[in-house]
Structures are given as structure tokens and as C-alpha cells.
Design a protein around this ligand. Structure first.
Ligand SMILES: O=c1ccn([C@H]2C[C@H](O)[C@@H](COP(=O)(O)OP(=O)(O)OP(=O)(O)O)O2)c(=O)[nH]1
Ligand SMILES: [Mg+2]
Length: 172
């Protein structure tokens, strides 16, 4: 196996055969670029579920993650509401993308055939859930949401800055 070969194949059906077969832009790229099946305009702050025209059979023990593309994100503010979207291994329907325009002013035009998102395939652990009454102790414990300090942006006087009591759900 060379470094340019994947260890497994990914069966893919083109539900919209007039669109190109999705590919990685370069050998070794993590993301497989996904095409839009439709023309659309997204106004500022608007979202829409868009078809990609493909269905896949992910190997058991893997997950498909639908990520935004960084170029479109930086240039136009295009993102994905549920980024990264989760494609379950058993899913055989069309992969769809819930696009959102995060630009506060400008609409985004998308044409059929534009590459709107990218699919990553990753191994995933599938542990069996075992209910217990207590958990083991750790150095972090229940501290989260900035408990380790080092806030770069939040100001203490900002109304949106969470206070320690507001973030401590155990005191609710
Ligand atoms: O960006 C996405 C996310 C999900 N899906 C498909 C594949 C996935 O396996 C299925 C369910 O996704 P998820 O579990 O995230 O959604 P849900 O709201 O929990 O739906 P469900 O009740 O069907 O699990 O929808 C997509 O096509 N694109
Ligand atoms: Mg689900």
C-alpha cells in the first residue's frame, strides 16, 4: 500500500449522475468535496438544507463528518448549522448539508455543482453504555466552561460573560 492509497474503499452511489464524482482535491486530503445539487441564494443569517446527490456505505466503526470548507467560510461567511454533520455508518440516504450564511450583510449565491462542504471519514469507538452510580475521581473533576482560566476575550463586566455561579449547574 502506498501513501496515496486508502486502506479501504468507500462505496458511493451518485443519485444525481450529472454531477461529478466527489473527490479529494489532492492526494492525502482529509476532505472529500461535496457538490450542491441546486442553485440557491442564502440571505444574511438564512439557512437551507441542500442535497449533495450522493449516498454512501460507510464501513461499520466509522463515521462521516460533514465539515464546512474554509475558503467559502472566510470569503463569504458560508458555514454549516450542525457542523460537523454526523453521517451514521448505517445511513443510506442522500447526504444533505444544512448551510447557513453567517455574513451579517451580504447574500451568498450557490450554483448547482459548486463544492459546498467536505466529507471526512473517521474511525469511531462504539462502547456499550454501562450505567453506574459514581464516577472515578480526576484532577479536573466537574470543572468546565473556562474553569481553568485564561479567557482572552470575555470581560467580567460584559453581560454575556458567564459568571462562576451562572456556569455552575450543580448550584441551580
Ligand atoms: O449533515 C448531515 C447530518 C446528518 N445527515 C443524515 C445522516 C445521518 O445518519 C442522519 C441522522 O443525523 P443525526 O443523527 O445528526 O440527526 P438526528 O436529528 O439525530 O436524526 P435521527 O433521528 O434520524 O438520528 O441524517 C445528513 O445527511 N447530513
Ligand atoms: Mg441521530
Amino acid at each position: 500500500m502506498t501513501s496515496e492509497q486508502s486502506y479501504e474503499s468507500l462505496p458511493l452511489v451518485r443519485l444525481d449522475p450529472d454531477l461529478p464524482l466527489p473527490t479529494r482535491a489532492h492526494p492525502g486530503d482529509a476532505g472529500i468535496d461535496l457538490y450542491s445539487t441546486t442553485d440557491l441564494e442564502l440571505g444574511p443569517g438564512r439557512r437551507q438544507v441542500v442535497g449533495t446527490g450522493i449516498a454512501i456505505a460507510l464501513p461499520y466503526g466509522t463515521v462521516g463528518l460533514v465539515h464546512p470548507r474554509s475558503g467559502l467560510a472566510a470569503r463569504a461567511g458560508l458555514s454549516i448549522v450542525n457542523a460537523p454533520g454526523t453521517i451514521d455508518a448505517g445511513y443510506r440516504g442522500e447526504i444533505k448539508v444544512c448551510l447557513i450564511n453567517l455574513d451579517p450583510e451580504s447574500p451568498i449565491q450557490i450554483a448547482r455543482g459548486d463544492r459546498i462542504a467536505q466529507l471526512l471519514v473517521q474511525r469511531v469507538e462504539l462502547p456499550e453504555i454501562v450505567e453506574v452510580t459514581t464516577l472515578d475521581e480526576t484532577a479536573r473533576g466537574a470543572g468546565g466552561y473556562g474553569s481553568s482560566g485564561g479567557h482572552a476575550i470575555l470581560q467580567p463586566e460584559s453581560p454575556s460573560a458567564p459568571s462562576s455561579s451562572a456556569t455552575n449547574t450543580s448550584e441551580a
